[in-house]
Design a protein around this ligand. Structure first.
Ligand code: TRP
Length: 460
């Protein structure tokens, strides 16, 4: 159903050609050492790419407010694959982020036929409880339902005006036979992603969305749409510095100094441009050249590093004038852990993953059956060593169960040298996973009565 090299976020197929994705979708490769206090998934290169993460690291370093948004599909059981995003959410929260969690009950209805009441049950019992167990802080976490937050749905409509079927077709491979609820779902997700910036939900601040790379189509759509709504664009100036350009649109003509006849009303245009020049000067720039007629303001002394704070200031002006003033979301992308059966992890294939509430015995069975990177005979293994890139047990230690980098490195070198056998790696994985499952169960038991603390007022 999906054309030319697209990824379909609803598909069960999985592409793992990460370099190609970086290239094709214009992601920025994650550089090791580029984030302060890197979490386990950063240190291990599992979070491999991002968009605009520098905006977030800037907020972290300066102690400025920022938010993290994530969403969950309330269908099926929560498994290790889902926990990767929450691991990152928790990390962002520890770095100062407020957390918003969207329960995608409308999307589950649209794409999986899950009734809203079942979605609610599953979201709380299966997901939110595990999020609590994984360490999210209820004081700084707010869970809401798409179906009961009118502001999100309103944004889906308002922003839906900025796209059309051809664009959705190009991104998602929609066609004439696509169910219309399915067409609405990505627009609601755009609403999920941008609404924390609204004044009623925390106000203008950067929002980061950590996702698996299969969700990038939603982020591209969101960025594309928000950029179309912006009243002011900040670009690189040809001869050095930055240029601010007005974006005259159907619904902002009066504010932009354009009269009904389409002529520029020089008085109001000059007032607007003067207002912007003053605000830029307040940020500390002295050399500012403006051309009210063309609607441009040049700042030769500004660098790309100044872009973000100039943009935020302009978005605030846009809001003061009655516009939406939306920032494009920042995002991070993680690699997928291989499924235990060799293909994609999925709750519909219980053998492919470990569920958050799996029994120890079933975890053990799955690890024992999983593909290893060992050699066919012990003699060959001692001589050639194991291959961690094929070894599921090793990868599960790396992605989930062994938080100690030195201990992980030790397993790797022992295994690659042939001193450690595949069965021994599996046993280590089973031991670590056993501790992990027991620990998370205990935490769930402790948090069981506190789920309501995580819910937004409109979710109770
Ligand atoms: N589409 C996501 C999924 O399939 C769920 C989701 C809804 C989401 N809104 C979101 C994810 C916003 C991230 C951000 O799991």
């Amino acid at each position: 159903m999906v054309g030319g090299g697209n990824i379909d976020p609803w598909s069960s197929e999985q592409s793992t050609d990460y370099d190609r994705m970086i290239e094709q979708f214009g992601l920025t490769p994650m550089e090791l050492g580029s984030v302060p206090n890197p979490g386990m998934l950063h240190r291990r290169g599992i979070v491999f790419a991002h968009r605009d993460l520098d905006v977030i690291t800037d907020s972290i370093t300066k102690g400025d407010p920022f938010g993290v948004l994530t969403g969950l599909m309330p269908s099926g059981r929560m498994h290790l694959g889902h926990s990767m995003v929450i691991e990152q959410v928790r990390w962002f929260q520890e770095q100062g982020a407020d957390v918003t969690v969207a329960v995608a009950d409308l999307e589950a209805l649209a794409t999986r036929g899950t009734p809203l009441s079942n979605g609610r049950e599953t979201a709380l019992r299966e997901y939110v409880l595990n999020y609590a167990a994984l360490g999210l802080d209820s004081d700084k976490t707010s869970v809401y339902f798409q179906s009961s937050r009118p502001e999100v749905q309103r944004l889906a409509f308002t922003l839906g005006k900025r796209t059309n079927l051809s664009e959705l077709d190009a991104i998602y491979g929609f066609g004439g036979g696509t169910n219309l609820a399915h067409v609405q779902a990505p627009l609601v997700q755009v609403g999920d992603i941008v609404h924390p910036q609204l004044d009623d939900f925390g106000g203008l601040r950067p929002i980061v969305v950590p996702v698996g790379v299969d969700q990038d189509p939603h982020l591209r759509l969101t960025r594309d749409i928000t950029q179309k709504t912006n009243w002011f664009n900040v670009k690189k100036r040809k001869s050095g510095g930055l240029t601010v350009a007005l974006s005259v649109q159907e619904d902002n003509q009066a504010e932009m100094g354009v009269s009904h006849s389409g002529r520029i009303d020089m008085d109001s245009r000059a007032k607007l441009v003067g207002n912007i020049v003053d605000s830029i000067a307040e940020l500390g720039f002295s050399d500012i050249k403006s051309n009210p007629k063309h609607g441009t303001i040049e700042i030769p002394g500004a660098t790309m590093g100044d872009r973000s704070r100039i943009r935020i200031m302009l978005l605030q002006i846009e809001r003061d004038l009655g516009g939406l003033g939306l920032m494009p979301p920042c995002s991070t992308y993680h690699r997928f852990a291989v499924g235990m059966t060799g293909d994609k992890m999925s709750s519909s294939k219980p053998e492919s993953t470990i569920f958050m509430d799996d029994e120890i015995e079933s975890m053990e069975r799955k690890v024992k059956r999983a593909i290893s990177g060992g050699q066919p005979t012990v003699e060959e293994h001692r001589r050639l060593g194991g291959d961690v890139s094929k070894d599921v047990a090793y990868q599960y230690l790396q992605f989930f169960f062994e938080s100690d980098d030195a201990a992980l490195a030790e397993v790797k070198s022992e295994y690659e040298s042939g001193r450690m056998l595949a069965g021994e790696v599996k046993q280590i994985c089973i031991d670590r996973a056993t501790d992990w499952l027991i620990d998370i169960k205990q935490r769930r038991d402790q948090m069981e009565d506190s789920i309501a603390d995580f819910l937004a007022p409109d979710a109770i």
